[in-house]
Design a protein around this ligand. Structure first.
Ligand SMILES: CC(C)(COP(=O)(O)OP(=O)(O)OC[C@H]1O[C@@H](n2cnc3c(N)ncnc32)[C@H](O)[C@@H]1O)[C@@H](O)C(=O)NCCC(=O)NCCS
Ligand SMILES: Nc1ncnc2c1ncn2[C@@H]1O[C@H](COP(=O)(O)OP(=O)(O)OP(=O)(O)O)[C@@H](O)[C@H]1O
Length: 198
């Protein structure tokens, strides 16, 4: 079985993914793939340098993620341009990994963590979509704290994504991550029990 796991920025997707892994699932992580497809020497990194300028590369040839982030989270045109370059490669790699894991062990759960799952219209690819939900105030606080952002910077990033309320409405299953990690783990176990996976 496969599930698509999504939510908002800093709502707790990685935290919940790791819990699924603890209970035996295999994980496909779109953020991680997004980092792999821009490694030095890749066609994607070359296209980014062409479109955004070679000043997007650090002296060691890797992508200056902070600098590119400052541009794309503020400007929808630039963001679209980056997505058009990166998303096809990310999607292909994601689907390849998912299919390979399913072939290797058809009974084992495959969790695919995709931040922009609904925004990119990928919900039909998965048997079920699980949304990791937190109220907006907690999302803002956790994002500010984790990424050392000001209130304004954190808001700007949150606003680039579909609201968590809308994602929650579309979800097949919701995991509430506003309490402590033990409570979140209880909900992960409940999901696995319901699906006969625990
Ligand atoms: C702009 C980049 C270089 C900034 O890197 P940085 O290391 O600061 O952030 P990181 O990649 O860890 O992303 C953190 C979170 O930002 C959010 N985010 C990233 N890209 C986008 C986007 N295009 N639109 C909205 N939210 C985004 C996601 O919630 C993600 O989990 C990077 O996010 C990127 O390459 N984005 C384009 C690829 C993409 O869309 N990735 C996200 C889904 S696969
Ligand atoms: N139940 C919780 N209680 C307290 N802090 C939490 C909880 N769950 C997650 N966090 C913290 O909130 C922050 C965001 O969590 P996490 O990194 O899992 O989110 P994410 O959705 O994967 O983020 P991104 O979209 O940026 O990849 C982290 O600093 C994490 O340690």
């Amino acid at each position: 079985m496969n599930i698509g796991l999504t939510g908002g920025i800093a709502s707790g997707k990685s935290t919940v993914s790791q819990l699924f892994v603890q209970y035996g699932a295999r994980l496909v992580d779109a953020d991680r793939i997004a980092r792999e497809v821009v490694l030095p020497g890749s066609a994607v990194l070359e296209q980014i340098a062409e479109r955004f300028g070679s000043e997007m590369l650090l002296p060691d040839g890797t992508l200056d993620r902070k600098r590119l982030g400052e541009i794309i989270f503020q400007d929808p045109v630039e963001r679209r341009a980056l997505e058009q370059i990166t998303h096809p490669a990310i999607r292909k790699q994601m689907m390849d990994q998912m299919k390979q894991y399913e072939l290797e062990d058809p009974k084992r759960l495959v969790v695919v963590d995709v931040p922009l799952l609904y925004e990119s219209g990928l919900d039909e690819l998965f048997q079920e979509v699980v949304v990791v939900y937190v109220p907006a105030s907690i999302q803002l606080e956790r994002l500010k704290e984790r990424d050392r952002l000001t209130e304004e910077e954190a808001y700007t990033r949150i606003r680039t994504q579909m609201s968590l309320e809308e994602k929650r409405e579309r979800a097949d299953w919701i995991i509430h991550n506003d309490k402590d990690r033990t409570e979140t783990e209880r909900q992960v176990r409940l999901f696995l029990q319901e699906k006969g996976l625990l």
